[in-house]
Design a protein around this ligand. Structure first.
Ligand SMILES: *Cc1c(COP(=O)(O)O)cnc(C)c1O
Length: 426
């Protein structure tokens, strides 16, 4: 049993005598067998083994196993992107006519997927605040509800989820809690410890951390008992005719959910990742504990600087005692959160744009969670299509700036912000 830092380096891959020290890149679509019988058994799921990289690739599996170990899960897979991971996590349980509950405070792409695209597939949803009471959550649950979905720390609003409370309400109603743990990474929070059943990631963010690849992960805690409600989870507890009547919970026990995802969704939809991407991700994870600590420390230093400057109206960083999420952050994320913060300038749109355009070190980019600091102006960028009234409802003011604090020297980052404020307010 090693600690997180050690598992970031050694987790998911143990070379034997004479084998490569680094996770090997196996960029092969296919794998060879000696007999028809041998490969037939793989197709029947009677044996496990590689045959086609859409359904499984050794490099991808080593890296998925590394992240699964960090999260304390039972099994995991890499997907082509974070969006694909979310799609799989939901569609593995929901079909047309089903329903799910999602918190309001989620990534824009997640909101669109659930509210617009999945609705076209006949999957209904109810959105509620992370601050909802237990009764409000319970009232949203319907006989056809299959899961509750939320983010540990929401992108971009930085709301913190009371994971234990949501897990308790979910479990009392025979529902799994699915958590997007992208922002804190398993170094700063492991949602399974607090009752989450499925964890997903956009590995594109801090897990990679160098804006070099797009990748998602789905991790099964192995703890949810799908047979607690055989009608609700019939797809896991009833025979699958596409595999000669196989019953996932009978054959695969506590990892039934993840196996079903591989053999149905990877087989049919094919949002897999590549061995080359997986290799790079696995290598970048080796330094994750050092990076995420520096991101959190730098973000807190920047937040404190901003809070002390009278040109700044407000700072949103749950690591500051002034945040309404401070107590939850202390409980679930005692070592820090991540590098993303936002703040509001005491300024109109023109001045705010002048500030952004005057930054030298910090680049203007839509990305977050990169080693390089970057910033954007939601009113001009991510929320550009909204009317002034809609912007107000979304909590996006003209002076709002989102910044993803990188791992450069903290004084260089603060000096850059300071000189840009001086120009904008001159
Ligand atoms: C970026 C992001 C996603 C989507 O991930 P991609 O890898 O870009 O598809 C999902 N959730 C959160 C919280 C994100 O930040």
């Amino acid at each position: 049993m090693y600690q997180l830092e050690t598992n970031c380096i050694h987790g998911g891959y143990s070379p034997k005598n004479g084998e490569s020290r680094q996770i090997p890149i196996i960029p092969s679509t296919t794998f060879k067998y000696e007999s028809t019988e041998q490969m037939g058994r793989l197709f029947d799921l009677a044996e496990s083994g590689y045959f086609y990289s859409r359904v499984g690739n050794p490099t991808c599996d080593h890296v998925a196993a590394r992240i699964t170990k960090l999260e304390g899960g039972a099994a995991g897979i890499l997907t082509s992107s974070g969006q694909a991971a979310i799609f799989y996590a939901i569609v593995n349980l929901c079909k047309a006519g089903d329903h799910l509950i999602c918190t309001n405070e989620v990534y824009g792409g997640t909101y669109n997927l659930i509210a617009v695209t999945l609705k076209k597939f006949g999957i209904e949803s109810t959105f509620l605040s992370v601050n909802s009471t237990n009764d409000e959550i319970k009232k949203a649950i319907q006989p056809n509800t299959k899961l509750i979905y939320a983010e540990t720390v929401s992108n971009p609003s930085l709301a913190i989820l009371d994971i234990e409370r949501f897990a308790k309400v979910a479990h009392e109603n025979n529902l799994p809690l699915v958590i997007d743990n992208t922002f804190p990474t398993p170094i700063n929070c492991q949602p399974i410890k607090y009752g989450a059943d499925i964890v997903i990631h956009s590995a594109t963010k801090y897990l990679d951390g160098h804006s070099s690849l797009i990748c998602g992960v789905v991790i099964d805690s192995g703890k949810f008992n799908w047979e607690c409600d055989k009608v609700r989870f019939a797809e896991l507890c009833e025979p699958d005719e596409s595999y000669h009547g196989l019953i996932y919970t009978k054959q695969f026990g506590n990892i039934a959910y993840l196996v079903k995802m591989i053999v149905q969704l990877m087989r049919d939809i094919g949002a897999c990742n590549s061995a080359n991407n997986a290799y790079m991700l696995g290598t970048h994870i080796e330094s994750l504990p050092l990076r995420i600590k520096k991101h959190s420390d730098n973000a807190l230093a920047v937040a404190k600087f901003l809070e002390g400057d009278k040109r700044i109206k407000s700072v949103n960083c749950p690591m500051l005692p002034s945040s309404k999420y401070y107590d939850l952050a202390k409980k679930y994320l005692p070592n820090g959160i991540c590098g993303v913060i936002s703040f509001e300038l005491n300024a109109n749109k023109e001045k705010t744009i002048k500030f952004l355009d005057s930054l030298k070190l910090i680049s203007i980019a839509t990305h977050v969670a990169d080693a390089k600091s970057c910033a954007l102006h939601p009113a001009s960028h991510t929320h550009r299509q909204l009317s002034p009234v809609e912007l107000k409802a979304a909590g996006v003011s003209e002076g709002l700036i989102r910044i993803s604090v990188g791992i450069e020297n903290e004084n260089d980052i603060i000096s850059d912000i300071k000189q840009a404020l001086d120009i904008a307010f001159s």
